[in-house]
Design a protein around this ligand. Structure first.
Ligand SMILES: NCc1[nH]cc(CCC(=O)O)c1CC(=O)O
Length: 317
């Protein structure tokens, strides 16, 4: 049995300070309140600025390093200034620091990317040579592969900043995660979702993970009831795939695991050259407990399809 938390010692929820990150922290709080019948006073939301938030004028791949959006938050967790950290799993390195674990995943949102443009309804409607803004290495590579005629420009900043850039005519279109737009209640800016067949999403897109200190068993028990088992199974397969490729935000990689109606797990993966000149896609079908092994297997298949030159390119970053 879980004791009711003492509201004078609220559970401290660490998060980035962006509007989207805060929405994710509120969702986490609401689920914990509902699961345990706790009042809002039992929680304190602690916004933390990360390196990735501070540097907004350079492409992420130039700043480099893993955990750009997580380091400061994990430090706060290690030092006990917060009890849990709420993360977009898409932004998380595949390995957590010593003493930290993410074993709680909220039910996954829409995994798809959205096409966003004030001018046209879809990628296919973009005129020849149109300018598209995106800082996502994956989206840039996928788009360049599909439409080599388009011109890509960097597009950093939060959702509001990017929409302003579209208004200002910096680019004619961009992409945003459907999950983020839903959580911000801004779905109306999307022209529509892009099917995974056309643009396979990032590994773990749409999933929120909650990190805690491994030895904090009180918090583990508090999080238990809000963990979504199916999301956990899907994310385990996708992140195993990513880990095998030694993926970072500098490597164009896409991956998506889905439960089939027959209860089996379907895992699709893609690797691309950053300039879109080459793209390799494959998939695996298997039983749920085999998800992580399927991830490894799929990564190896893609690497052998791509050949040794490609592998060298990936590792050379
Ligand atoms: N890299 C930034 C980031 N991390 C998570 C999301 C969206 C929400 C999600 O995928 O869970 C976004 C913005 C975007 O891709 O549009």
């Amino acid at each position: 049995m879980i004791e009711k938390r003492d509201p004078s010692r609220p559970l401290k929820i660490g998060t980035r300070g962006s509007v989207l990150a805060l929405a994710q922290a509120y969702e986490t709080r609401a689920r914990l309140m509902a699961a345990h019948g706790l009042p809002v006073e039992a929680f304190e939301i602690v916004p933390i600025k990360t390196t990735g938030d501070r540097i907004t004028d350079r492409p992420l791949k130039e700043i480099g390093g893993k955990g750009l959006f997580t380091r400061e938050i994990e430090e706060a967790l290690a030092e006990g200034r917060i009890d849990i950290a709420v993360h977009s799993m898409k932004d998380m390195p595949t390995v957590q620091p010593e003493g930290m674990v993410i074993d709680c995943l909220l039910p996954r949102e829409d995994v798809r990317d959205a096409f966003v443009s004030p001018h046209v309804a879809s990628i296919d409607d973009l005129p020849e040579g149109a300018v598209v803004g995106s800082s996502s290495l994956r989206r840039r590579a996928q788009l360049a592969h599909y439409r080599p005629d388009l011109k890509l420009v960097e597009f950093r900043g939060n959702v509001q900043t990017r929409l302003k850039k579209l208004e200002d005519g910096v680019a004619q279109a961009t992409f945003l995660a459907m999950a983020g737009l839903r959580r911000l209640e801004m779905l109306d800016v999307a022209r529509g979702p892009i099917l995974p067949e056309q643009m396979l999403p990032a590994v773990a897109q749409g999933a929120i993970g909650i990190e805690r200190r491994t030895d904090d068993h009180e918090t583990r028990d508090l999080l238990g009831p809000v963990h979504d088992v199916e999301t956990g199974q899907r994310i385990a397969a996708e992140r195993s795939f990513l880990a095998r490729l030694d993926g970072s935000c500098q490597t164009p990689i896409a991956g998506l695991a889905e439960l089939q109606p027959d209860g089996r797990l379907r895992l699709r993966g893609q690797i691309l050259q950053p300039d879109g000149s080459e793209a390799f896609m494959a998939e695996r079908l298997g039983e749920i407990p085999d998800g992580p092994a399927m991830g490894v297997d799929l990564a190896d298949e893609l690497l052998s399809l791509a050949g040794s030159g490609f592998l060298h390119h990936l590792q050379g970053h």
